[in-house]
Ligand binder design. Structure first.
Ligand SMILES: [Zn+2]
Ligand SMILES: [Zn+2]
Ligand SMILES: [Zn+2]
Ligand SMILES: [Zn+2]
Length: 318
């Protein structure tokens, strides 16, 4: 019962800067874009890096002329980062050493030892023994909510960004008490600050639906972009859906394709749909299918299939 459904953890990311304003990068080789002064210590426009200025005053004076070009280049820089694709988003089950499925039902976070264990390995132990011990640390499974929460708090205090995230999920979904979105958001923000991108994705979702916060699409997109750049395929998919519904098919397709490469089934379905509507090419669809098959080849196992067949909650593909 202490199995809190958990996507696999994601890598940290750095923030994005997109506002033409403050300056950085000193150099002595070029000229000020405003007054033409040469040498000295010129500073680049932080947003676009295309021009340099001798002073803040020159930058301000030049702003109206520079704004359009700056925004264009800043958007390009942003997109280069955004569409770079996922960093390696592969984590293995510590017991069978097979790649963990990205589907949340394909693994469980164990509050006892802080390990993410695959559905197959959990089921293999559970089917032998009703009062299953954790397959990793051999501690009996927590049976009450109090126990579960106590364990998660201990983990969260010790090290575990996954425990902090899981506690947030608990407070936002629990059935045995009032939902506490404020608490959940606080926990996710804490985890997001350490770079946990599933938490960023969850925060984005809260801003879309207005769970415990004012609805704010801009903030949601900001968090999803950060999470997607960190390798979260759910966030990547969400961005795809957003672009898709805005009619930006090319951008949507790019997001879906990156998500499929990480094994995101919903994104494969979207590409299939775009293909059937004539909005994606056969090549796109074939490429997506291949990427998904490759992922499946890495996460499939007889043990996991047996778990999925026995229990709906262990299905690791959508
Ligand atoms: Zn100047
Ligand atoms: Zn600029
Ligand atoms: Zn396993
Ligand atoms: Zn354990």
């Amino acid at each position: 019962m202490d199995d809190i459904t958990q996507g696999i953890s994601c890598n940290s990311i750095s923030d994005i800067s997109n506002i033409c304003g403050s300056c950085s990068d000193t150099t002595t080789t070029e000229i000020c874009a405003n007054c033409g002064k040469e040498g000295g210590s010129l500073k680049s426009c932080a947003a676009c890096k295309l021009v340099k200025y001798c002073s803040r005053d020159c930058q301000i004076a030049h702003r109206s002329k520079h704004k359009k070009e700056c925004r264009k280049r800043a958007a390009e820089i942003h997109d280069e980062k955004l569409f770079k694709g996922p960093p390696s988003l592969k984590e293995d089950c510590p017991i069978c050493f097979l790649r963990l499925p990205i589907h949340t039902d394909g693994s469980r976070y164990k509050g006892c030892c802080g390990k993410v264990i695959c559905s197959g390995c959990i089921y293999a132990v559970a089917k032998r023994d009703e009062d299953a011990l954790c397959p990793f640390c051999r501690v009996p499974t927590a049976m009450t909510d109090e126990e579960i929460i106590e364990r998660l708090h201990k983990r969260a205090d010790a090290d575990g960004v996954l425990a902090i995230h899981a506690l947030g999920i608990y407070y936002s979904e629990r059935k045995n008490g009032p939902l506490d979105y404020d608490k959940a958001m606080g926990l996710w923000e804490q985890a997001a600050e350490i770079g946990h991108d599933a938490s960023m994705t969850t925060i984005g979702r809260s801003y879309i639906y207005g769970y415990g916060v004012e609805k704010d699409e801009k903030k949601a997109l900001h968090y999803w972009e950060l999470a997607a750049m960190g390798g979260c395929s759910n966030a990547r998919y969400n961005l795809g859906v957003f672009e898709h519904s805005a009619g930006n098919i090319e951008r949507a397709l790019r997001h879906y394709m990156i998500a499929v490469e990480s094994g995101h089934n919903g994104s494969l379905k979207q590409i299939q749909e775009l293909y059937s509507e004539g909005k994606a090419t056969k090549d796109d669809y074939t490429k997506a299918l291949r990427a998904y098959q490759k992922y499946l080849g890495e996460v499939k196992s007889a043990q996991r299939d047996e778990a999925a067949a026995a229990f709906e909650g262990f299905k690791y593909q959508a």
